[in-house]
Design a binder for this molecule. Structure first.
Ligand code: ATP
Ligand code: MG
Length: 608
């Protein structure tokens, strides 16, 4: 690979449309180009990174017993109608018609088609378990495609589906995948956390997401800092220990207070001189069956996912001002549970222990003081419907929870019989009885993982690829292309590296060294070999991109005779890391007396 012949269109400027680091750097370093909103072309370097991630994924899937297949991207609507998802998926599904007017979609995920496939061939329990996967493009017409590869409309996913006889079989398959995912992200050199997650429209009961920790992440990981406890969940799912004691007061009679123009929690509580935890916040939602009121303490937020799951709906919209006025006969900002006439009132469990609290009075410019749940209003349902974030208390061990932003790179689901039931996927057990297959599904965003790796591995100069997924491990830079010695030695190092199984790029452009170094930093090769003035002595400089550690290494003997085995050892060790975090900690300088084969032997240690 010679830079002069390779398609690496690096840019000096930060592209205006790119908001987050990975998007900016992947564009600037010549990895990707946009074709349409959320649709990207992978240039050669990106293609190589993706190939490495895919190779790791494949190895781990195969190790866990997975079998790779290729499912069609174009899928007939009938299957999606049968599973009920043709309508649930809504505008996110790319739909198309063939010349006969038949409906199809571009696969956003493949549960339907794979269930149908297995149905065609599965007869007996003897054929189970089955773990089948593919690595392929997925299509989702996302409402807000953004952040480059993070949220594309066309993206690469690995999806595996497990088919088992029973729940115990599913547990075993799930465990295998969970462990395989852990290995995959470790091998990709990423800092990540598996967290409990909501299963969303895919359905099923148990689910975990694998979150790469990064400030640009769209998700939030809530976790317990107590290592022995280890609780970690996506914020959509996180639970905490509820504050189950109210103020220590006698119940007082409820009274109206005039709160002119005061609509927010802060305004009202400041005016009344109490803390936000003394107010009950009432939020109105439009659900398919009518209006739902959700009550949480003034210092909490409603977790809409928990609320949706509780009342069994796929979607909730905040009620607009018109609905608020119709239901409460008051403007927005004065809604309260007392005398409220809606389909369902749901109270968070913390609300029910509150004493003498403040609520809206369903009357303009008016609130109530001394409202007491149970006495003044009775919710239809009481449950955990609040957002649990850092600062709240761990439900398991009582420590104070913390949170970090994260990028979801993978998710695993126990689907159970959701799809086998709707699509009639059964097998015959030992007694010859027909039973439903128990399924799981397991996705990894391969293209998103590439972007997530950049979010965790960069500095002011560019990308710093973890060795295991770097597009090219070493860049060889002759400083002066007019110096024959440098050019020849660079060629030689370059050929030696390939011969030793280390892929390398030769930056053979007649550019100033500064330009070449800048590009090398930007592209993010883990190791740069600079062939400069010391070439006459057979020496090169080896620079590690991450640490900026630099060593002078003899590449050939003083007479340019036999290659120095130690140099090869050095480079092999610098570039053959399993996880991307292996690093050379110390290389002894050349001593004049020792033989070439024992000098410079690197010590390899794991860091971070
Ligand atoms: P998100 O919540 O981010 O929309 P999801 O939960 O809908 O993702 P899954 O159906 O679980 O995604 O898909 C499996 C994996 O595919 C995700 O963990 C993620 O890594 C990746 N993925 C999902 N949507 C996108 C997208 N629009 N662009 C890139 N990768 C994606
Ligand atoms: Mg997901």
């Amino acid at each position: 690979m010679r830079f002069s012949e390779y398609l690496v269109p690096t840019l000096r400027e930060v592209p205006a449309e790119a908001e987050i680091v990975s998007h900016q750097l992947l564009l600037r370093a010549g990895f990707i180009r946009k074709a349409a909103s959320g649709v990207y072309t992978y240039l050669p370097l990106a293609f190589r990174v993706l190939a490495r991630i895919k190779a790791i994924v494949r190895e781990e899937m195969d190790r866990a017993g997975g079998q790779e297949i290729g499912l069609p991207i174009i899928q007939p609507a009938e299957l999606w109608l049968e599973s009920g998802r043709w309508n649930v998926y809504g505008p996110e599904l790319f739909r198309l018609k063939d010349r006969h007017g038949r409906d199809f979609c571009l696969g956003p995920t493949h549960e339907e088609i794979i269930t149908e496939l297995v149905k065609g061939d599965l007869r007996s329990y003897k054929q189970l378990p089955l773990l089948i996967y593919q690595i392929q493009n997925k299509y989702r017409d996302e409402r807000r495609p953004r952040f480059g590869l993070m949220r594309g409309r066309e993206f690469i996913m690995k999806d595996l589906y497990s088919f088992d006889r029973d729940e115990a079989g599913l547990d075993a398959s799930y465990r295998k995948m969970y462990d395989a995912y852990t290995r995959i992200f470790e091998r990709c050199g990423l800092e990540f956390r598996p967290v409990e997650a909501d299963s969303g429209p895919i359905g099923g009961s148990v689910s975990h997401e694998f979150m790469v920790l990064a400030d640009s992440g769209e998700g939030t990981v809530v976790y317990c800092p107590d290592a022995g406890c280890g609780y970690a969940a996506n914020i959509e799912k996180a639970i905490g220990r509820p504050a189950l004691s109210g103020a220590d007061e006698e119940l007082a009679p409820r009274e109206e207070v005039v709160t002119p123009g005061l609509k927010t929690v802060d305004q009202v509580t400041a005016f009344l001189g109490v803390g936000a935890e003394r107010l009950v916040k009432t939020l109105l939602y439009e659900a398919p069956d009518g209006v739902v009121a959700a009550l949480v303490r003034g210092d909490r937020e409603v977790n809409e996912i928990k609320l949706q799951n509780l009342i069994g709906v796929d979607q909730l919209e905040m009620a607009d001002a018109e609905i608020v006025r119709r239901v409460t006969r008051a403007p927005v900002g004065f809604t309260g549970p007392v005398g409220l006439d809606v389909e369902t009132i749901v109270a968070d469990e913390e609300v029910m222990v509150m004493v003498n609290c403040i609520t809206g009075a369903n009357k303009a410019d008016t609130h109530y003081r001394n409202v007491n749940p149970g006495r003044d209003f009775k919710p239809d349902l009481t449950a955990d419907i609040r957002v649990v974030d850092d600062g709240q208390v761990c439900a398991r061990c009582g420590a104070v929870l913390q949170s970090r932003r994260g990028i979801e790179v993978g998710q695993v689901f126990k689907l159970g019989i959701k799809y086998s039931k709707s699509l009639h996927l059964t097998y015959l057990d030992e007694q010859g009885e027909e039973r439903l297959v128990v399924m799981g599904c397991y996705g990894i965003g391969v293209s998103r993982t590439m972007a997530a790796a950049v979010e965790q591995n960069y500095d002011a100069d560019g990308i710093i690829w973890p060795v295991s997924i770097a597009p090219v491990k070493v860049v060889v830079v002759p400083v002066n292309m007019k110096e024959q010695t440098q050019v020849e030695l660079a060629e030689r190092v370059y050929r030696d590296l390939w011969a030793a199984g280390i892929d390398a790029m030769l930056d053979d452009r007649a550019e100033r060294p500064g330009v070449k170094f800048k590009d090398a930093d930007l592209v993010g090769y883990p190791v740069r070999v600079t062939v400069g003035k010391k070439a006459v002595d057979g020496e090169v400089e080896v620079l590690r991109r991450r640490t900026r550690e630099m060593q002078v290494v003899p590449v050939v003997g003083p007479e340019w005779g036999t290659p120095y085995p130690s140099a090869r050892t050095f480079l092999t060790a610098s570039t053959s890391s399993f996880t991307g975090t292996t690093c050379i900690s110390r290389v002894r300088r050349r001593s004049t007396s020792t033989s070439p084969s024992t000098a410079f032997l690197p010590t390899v240690t794991r860091t971070g």
